[in-house]
Design a protein around this ligand. Structure first.
Ligand code: C2E
Ligand code: CA
Ligand code: CA
Ligand code: CA
Length: 280
């Protein structure tokens, strides 16, 4: 029995070593990726479910790894957060999205609001480069809600007054704010009033069950009514079926996002599918 314990211990350390090695490699590769410009933004449309037809898009990061091909953010965002690399990556995402929105305005004559995901780690960074963000928006002549920042509930739970003044700063510079993955976190309704938030994004776990589960329908409907009363618009994530789209639209949901409309796609594909046709 003693031997067995020791073997298990060896096995454990071996797998920990493998993990540590994998992690170190990932960190090294991430540093290279920043220097070598290996990141790319994919865009997924956020489609109006009501009369108003303003197109929005969420920018989702992808990593074109020279050996591994396209790497999902799920594989590297956490490590980027733990190492602080997310600060630089996040700045790149913002700059890229802002330039893209200006480019679309200039080339297609449409204002497409682009949402970017902002990690709590970026908010907690002391040297947060808000001034340079605001300056870039000015340079590009973007002030008209061209950029939206998606935050998660955990951030608000910090209860930090610095967070609320940062959000106010954004809104003064014409940046809107979305609360992402709504309903999956700690969901205190109190902070919805306390913080100025423009959009609630209903998490895809609710949308997914709309077909079969009437409790989730009631929940979605209640969230929509409440959000509207608090002056927010609602975006449903993970819309995959026509039925879900219809149910949400009937319930007054403002926007939908999901595979029904499109997967996140590279920029050229997004232009082909959604921008060339808008003007005609
Ligand atoms: P998220 O912000 O909740 O983004 C939505 C995710 O759901 C995306 O996964 C998207 O591809 C996926 N999705 C969209 N429609 C559907 C649908 O109809 N069905 C299903 N099953 N999935 C759908 P993705 O692109 O893999 O991104 C995963 C997460 O990585 C994001 O979740 C976000 O938390 C994070 N992320 C992505 N880009 C960035 C970034 O630039 N910065 C930061 N900090 N995080 C990012
Ligand atoms: Ca998001
Ligand atoms: Ca989400
Ligand atoms: Ca998420």
């Amino acid at each position: 029995a003693k031997d067995e314990g020791r073997n298990r211990f060896h096995y454990f350390t071996a797998s920990m070593q493998r993990y540590a090695k994998h992690r170190m490699r990932l960190i090294q590769d991430l540093r290279h990726a920043i220097v070598n410009n290996e990141f790319e933004l994919f865009y997924q449309p956020i489609v109006s479910l009501q009369q108003e037809s303003k197109l929005k898009a969420e920018a989702l990061i992808r990593w074109r790894h020279p050996k591994r091909g396209l790497v999902s953010p799920i594989e590297f965002i956490t490590v980027a957060e733990e190492t602080g690399l997310i600060i630089e990556i996040g700045n790149w995402v913002f700059q890229q999205a802002a330039r893209q929105s200006a480019l679309w305005r200039d080339r297609f004559g449409v204002e497409v609001q682009i949402s970017i995901n902002k990690s709590p780690v970026q908010f907690r960074d002391e040297g947060e480069s808000f001034e340079s963000w605001a300056a870039l928006l000015k340079t590009l002549n973007l002030s008209n809600n061209n950029i939206c920042i998606e935050i998660t509930e955990g951030l608000l739970l910090d209860g930090n007054s610095a967070i609320s003044s940062k959000l106010a700063q954004y809104r003064q510079s014409g940046i809107q704010v979305s609360l992402d993955d709504f309903g999956t976190g700690y969901s205190s309704l109190a902070y919805l009033k306390k913080f100025e938030i423009d959009y609630l994004k209903i998490d895809q776990s609710f949308t997914r069950n709309l077909d079969s589960n009437s409790d989730d329908f009631t929940l979605c409907e209640a969230i929509i009514v409440m959000a509207h009363k608090l002056g927010m618009k609602v975006i449903a994530e993970g819309v995959e079926t026509d039925y879900q789209r219809k149910v949400l639209s009937d319930a007054g949901c403002d926007y939908g996002q999901g595979y029904l409309f499109s997967r996140p796609v590279p920029v050229e594909e997004f232009e082909q599918a959604f921008l060339y046709t808008t003007n005609k």
